[in-house]
Ligand binder design. Structure first.
Ligand code: SAH
Length: 263
């Protein structure tokens, strides 16, 4: 039985990432960024990651995605992966031995991938800084939980870091994994059409983004702010900086406080 599925992306690419490299006469052999996901639901991947810019980057081989089906490491005729919680209580817990077998398999396939993460509502909240950090490592290895979660011993044994998508409880780690992979992949060189858009967007500099407008120039009696139609780039930049500050003050004053404290 095939123990993994590889999505469209080629495993590695020879393509150079920047046109500039073409002039250097030393074409860089770029190893694609890798996401490895251990999950009971491999069929839920690539999911949204197959669309738009991130999906195109997957097809181009700028990154690769490998799922490892936890079920294949289950025990007995029924390949059981879970059991009742020690000490009693509701629900089921993913077994330490099953997870460990899947993890060993994952480690053997990709020994040097970077952070090993368990998606978990108990984890450190995921943020843009983490996405940036992950995008500069060779890749990430993500363990998706289900039911009541995973046996604590496996987390302790492998020193697995817990990371949360936010302060709410999902039914499984798959949506969180896709969200975090998306946030990391769009920061890889060559994935977004316009890299400049990364510099001003929300959370890249501790602020939220200024308001955006497009055609029509008047809609339902509402006009686009005049300065944006003035063609004066200095005034536009000043206006945007002021608005970014105002929007952050209104929606997330905590971000401004953090910025002032120099966190
Ligand atoms: N009993 C656990 C919740 C289990 S939810 C608790 O109270 O902490 C089932 C699985 O969904 C988890 O194992 C985890 O992998 C995933 N999950 C749930 N909420 C999540 C969140 N906010 N961020 C990331 N993963 C989450």
């Amino acid at each position: 039985m095939e123990e993994r599925q590889k999505s469209h992306g080629r495993k590695s690419i020879q393509a150079t990432l920047q046109p500039r490299d073409l002039m250097s006469h030393t074409p860089r052999l770029a190893k694609a960024w890798r996401a490895q996901v251990i999950t009971l639901f491999p069929e839920s991947f690539p999911g949204v990651l197959d669309h738009s810019l991130v999906g195109r980057a997957l097809q181009k081989g700028l990154w690769s995605l490998e799922t490892i089906d936890l079920r294949l490491f289950g025990v007995g005729k029924h390949r059981n992966v879970d059991d009742t919680p020690a000490g009693g209580g509701a629900g089921m817990v993913l077994r330490a031995d099953v997870i460990s077998h899947a993890l060993e398999h994952a480690l053997k396939r990709e020994p040097d991938i970077g952070p090993l993460i368990y998606l978990s509502p108990r984890g450190r909240p995921f943020d843009q800084a983490m996405a940036k950090n992950w995008s500069t490592s060779p890749g990430v290895r993500l363990l998706c939980g289900r039911f009541e979660g995973v046996d604590q011993r496996v987390l302790d044994h492998y020193g697995i870091q817990e990371v949360s998508l936010g302060d709410f409880v999902l039914s499984g780690g798959e949506i969180a994994a896709q969200a975090m992979i998306d946030a990391s992949v769009r920061l890889l060189p060559g994935v977004l059409g316009n890299e400049a858009s990364l510099q001003e967007e929300s959370h890249s500099n501790g602020l939220l983004e200024h308001p955006q407008y497009t055609r029509p120039s008047e809609w339902n009696g509402h006009k686009i702010p005049e300065v944006l139609q003035s063609g004066n780039h200095q005034n536009i930049a000043q206006w945007r900086a002021k608005e970014a500050h105002a929007v952050t003050q209104k929606h997330r004053p905590d971000l401004l406080r953090k910025r002032d404290e120099g966190d």
